[in-house]
Design a protein around this ligand. Sequence first.
Ligand SMILES: Cc1cc2nc3c(=O)[nH]c(=O)nc-3n(C[C@H](O)[C@H](O)[C@H](O)COP(=O)(O)O)c2cc1C
Length: 166
Amino acid sequence: MSKVLVTYATKYGSTKDVAEKIGETMRGKGDDVDILSVSDAGAIYGYDKIVFGAALYAGNISGPAKKFLTRNQAALSAKPVSFFVLGPINRDAKDMTGAEEQMAKVLAKFAWFKPAASKVFVGKFDASMLKWPLSLLTKAKGTPLYGETARDERDWDDIQTWAESV
Ligand SMILES: Cc1cc2nc3c(=O)[nH]c(=O)nc-3n(C[C@H](O)[C@H](O)[C@H](O)COP(=O)(O)O)c2cc1C
């Protein structure tokens, strides 16, 4: 039985849901799993394995997600880590490829961070959760969120399959 940390950075909650699904799936395999936000994760040396998830916003991960990486560089370099991002808000192949490119750019910024597995999952979007000025993004022609109101195409089978493999 491995002691596993599944940790996530979220602004609107969807990455937390995915982290919980991954953690529950790993528990089903017999792992001893803690599921914690990056701000609650504290010291991570005690874990055999770490799964870290963050969402993409304007091509980048959030400040707390970056801080988690920087703060834990030593432990994350010494442990098996699996990394996932939530990105596109639909399953369109072009958007998935775009998010994979964004993930690769994030990884390039943290050159020491070499996760054993990395994966993009479809995310969730709810325009009613955006505060001004971000709420303007759905009204600005040319932005990827133009005209979007709400969408949740998260692929729970894909998420479960990946969780079983890490
Ligand atoms: C302001 C904003 C910017 C976003 N930018 C990107 C992006 O650059 N690339 C991408 O793939 N997804 C982008 N998304 C989609 C989010 O990654 C997706 O909604 C994700 O599920 C949000 O995660 P959270 O609910 O954990 O915060 C963006 C969403 C918002 C609200």
